[in-house]
Design a protein around this ligand. Sequence first.
Ligand code: HEC
Length: 137
Amino acid sequence: MKTKTIPLTISSSLLAILLVISYAFNPGIEEKIKDGKVIYKKNCAVCHMKNGKGVPHTFPPLVKSDYLTNNSKEKLIKLLLNGQKGKIVVNGKKYNNVMLPLKNLSDYEIAAVLTYINNNFGNSGPEYFSEEIKNQR
Ligand code: HEC
């Protein structure tokens, strides 16, 4: 009897510990959006503006951006990692400017900021995960 219950207790407490660890390393979407907001203010707002409206003819908007809905997760991750230059059209307006790569941000920071812009500024897009960023580096 005893020999059976002990391993069971050990394995269930191990499971509990693993669960706690995985939560700690994979914060829920709400937490991610909160972190993304801070990262956005620091790294993106200078061009895209705090309200996400951008600057006409110069910096495209993130507010209800059709670029976010028309492009794959992969493409948007690459845009942050490699930057973007040349002609693009956002919400029917043309831009032809340069956005520098933001490779210096961590996988989690990129996942958080992409989750934030996709779930703020009138957008409702997917959650991004650190693993997905890592795979595109
Ligand atoms: C130095 C200015 C600058 C910074 C900083 C910057 N961007 Fe950009 N971003 C641009 C420009 C310019 C373009 C359009 C490039 C072109 O014309 O090809 C762009 C395009 C985009 C696009 C695609 C178009 C759209 O409006 O949906 C997204 C998404 C985007 N940026 C997100 C971000 C995020 C997120 C950050 C911060 C982590 C960031 N940018 C930081 C200048 C910037």
